[in-house]
Every structure is written in C-alpha cells, then in structure tokens.
Design a protein around this ligand. Structure first.
Ligand SMILES: Nc1nc2c(c(=O)[nH]1)N[C@H]1C(S)=C(S)[C@@H](COP(=O)(O)O)O[C@H]1N2
Ligand SMILES: [Mo]
Length: 324
C-alpha cells in the first residue's frame, strides 16, 4: 500500500470509511499488487506542465453572477483543502488524486446528447456553454463517507440542458456517463470496477432547480480533480451521485444503473438521498466532518435541502428505497 502523509485537518482513519471498502478482497489484493495507478513523480510533473500549457478558452466567463437563493450555514471550504481531498476513482481510489487528474485533456471536449430526444447531437463544451448563462451558486455536499464541504460552483441548471435537448415525453430518466480512457486515467484499468462511471436522475430530479451542472468553481474554470469540464452537483444526495467529467447525456425509459449501484446495490441505491437516520450498512450517517475544520456537525435530512426537493419524493416512501 502507498503511504500517504496525513495533513493536520484530515479525518482520522477510524472515523472515515472509504466508499470502496473492499467489496471483493481478491480484486483488492490484485489491485495493490499492481502499480495501483500511481505514476512516477517525474512523469506526473511532466504531464501537469503539458496540461497547464493549454489556455482555457472559457476563462473569460468567470466569475459568474451569484444566485443569492442558495445560502450556506457555514463558510466556503478553502479552495486548497477542497482541491486536495477528492474522490475520482478513474485516477485512483485515494483522496490524493489532484496531481494525477491534471493528465485529463479537457479540450476538445465533446458532449453527446442522445436517446429519446428530438434530435441526437454532439456538441463541444465551449459551444454548449455559450448556449447557457452561467451563474454561481454556493452549495454544501455530503459524502457517504461522512465528510462534507462547501463550495461556490459556477454553471447552469440541469433543467436548462434538458430544455436544450428537447427530450420526448416518453423519457423517464437522464443517464450520464464519464469519459473512459485508460491511457489517461489508470484507475480505468482496474477491471473490477464497472466502468464507465454512470449516474442517473429521474426527470423530476433532473428538472428540479437545485440539480446543477458545474463548469467552474471558486470563480474560475473548475479544477480537473473536481470533474472538469462538466460535472453534476446534486447537493441533497450523497457525493457519489455527483458524476464528474461528463461526456454523454442520454434520455432513457429504463432506470440507469449507476457505477456504485452496479458495484454494490445493497449500499448505493438509485435514489440515495441524504438521510442521517438511515445508517449505511457498515457505518453511521448521523454526523459529518467538515473537511479542513476538524468540526463535526449533525447531518440533515436531504442534506438540509428538503424545502427544495422533498416534494419530488412524496408518495414514494413506501414503494421505493429513497435512502442510500
Ligand atoms: N466520474 C466520477 N465522478 C465522481 C466520483 C468518481 O470517482 N468518478 N466520485 C464521486 C464521489 S464518491 C464524491 S464524494 C464526489 C467528490 O467530489 P469532489 O472531489 O469534487 O469533492 O465526486 C463524485 N463523482
Ligand atoms: Mo463520496
């Protein structure tokens, strides 16, 4: 195993339970015996430089005007802290993934919109952004691992993408897919994960105003480790629902199976809203540690966003499993 130096603010091991906690001991052992996706430092530094040489054509769009409707009950997490404590399993399954993630080329970046739509298209990220008005929103996110962060995203509501895509009325779900290039992201070679990363929303969830597609954070284009150039932000759901680096949106009739659900359906269900009263099968969800502060707070139902989203789930409580 690689030894990772722990920063002072990092959550003590005993309080943190990784999502991927070894579903299959044999594949875990196979993984640690292999290179486990850690590139030699020199090669990594070279790739970071190469990627940094390309100017981001969208830089001029930031900072976007803040939408004051979404207010925080805590300060925004320091950018450095937030940018060095991430989950991005395509690169590796530690929180120390930022340097490796710089290898992801984000231009050109084509986004497919297909399935049950009037006309399937493929569109470059910059053209897509030109069709949208960017706004800034401050959101809190809560990972199922029991840590949380607050961030100022820039982007546009998922509802605007839906409007642009013109889905047929028979479409019931929005299925999203992350890039899948093992040459760039070595975690994708770990064949026991059901790649590519998939996530889904019901149309009611997707068209709720809180469902957001982020292109930027902290007043500039989003850092690659946060899922540049386009990631989902659904703050009332556990972190694993907020798919990063999206390349495809498909409008479908059948409920999509997300990557985590495909891996372990009993722990990571389709609906998976935040509920502190329903423990994960292996640990409590009652409280969370705010990264960078050492502070623990009680977790709120729907992560505190019930006033915006609870209605979506009315009447489903008995028939559907709404929690992770
Ligand atoms: N493609 C992809 N998206 C992903 C993940 C991932 O491994 N791959 N991890 C998820 C999980 S478990 C969390 S908690 C959030 C973390 O987002 P952050 O690193 O920006 O805080 O991203 C989510 N989106
Ligand atoms: Mo997560």
């Amino acid at each position: 195993m690689n030894v990772i130096r722990r920063r002072g603010w990092e959550i003590p091991e005993r309080e943190l339970t990784p999502e991927h906690l070894f579903f299959n001991r044999r594949s875990f052992l196979a993984g640690s015996a292999s290179a486990l996706a850690v590139a030699p430092a020199a090669a990594l530094a070279q790739r970071v430089t190469d990627a940094a040489d390309l100017p981001d054509p969208s830089a001029g769009l930031y900072p976007a005007k803040r939408n004051e409707k979404y207010v925080l009950d805590r300060p925004i997490t320091d950018e450095k802290i937030n940018g060095s404590y991430n989950n991005f399993y395509e690169f590796n399954s530690t929180k120390n993934v930022a340097a490796q993630a710089q290898a992801l080329p984000i231009r050109p970046w084509m986004v497919k919109i297909d399935g049950m739509v009037e006309k399937p298209i493929e569109i470059g990220i910059d053209e897509l952004m030109r069709k949208m008005t960017l706004e800034e929103r401050t959101y809190r996110h809560r990972c199922v691992e029991a840590w949380s962060m607050a961030i100022a995203w820039s982007g546009f509501p998922v509802a605007k993408l839906v409007e642009f895509a013109k889905p047929l009325s028979s479409a019931k779900y929005l299925r999203m897919e992350t890039f899948n290039n093992p040459k760039v992201a070595p975690g994708l070679k770990q064949s026991w994960y059901p790649w590519p990363y998939i996530e889904g929303l019901s149309m009611a969830e997707a068209t709720n105003d809180l469902a957001f597609l982020a292109t930027g954070a902290y007043g500039h284009p989003m850092a690659k480790q946060h899922g540049a150039p386009l990631r989902l932000a659904v703050p009332w759901k556990y972190g694993f629902k907020s798919i990063k680096s999206i390349v495809r949106f498909s409008f479908v009739e059948e409920r999509p199976k997300g990557m985590w659900e495909a891996l372990q359906a009993s722990e990571y269900g389709f609906w998976a809203n935040v509920n502190p009263e329903v423990p994960h099968p292996r640990w409590s969800q009652a409280s969370e540690e705010i990264i960078g502060t050492g502070e623990r707070k009680p977790t709120l139902k729907f992560n505190g966003y019930g006033e915006f989203v609870a209605d979506i789930y009315k009447g489903m409580e008995s028939g559907e499993r709404l929690w992770a």
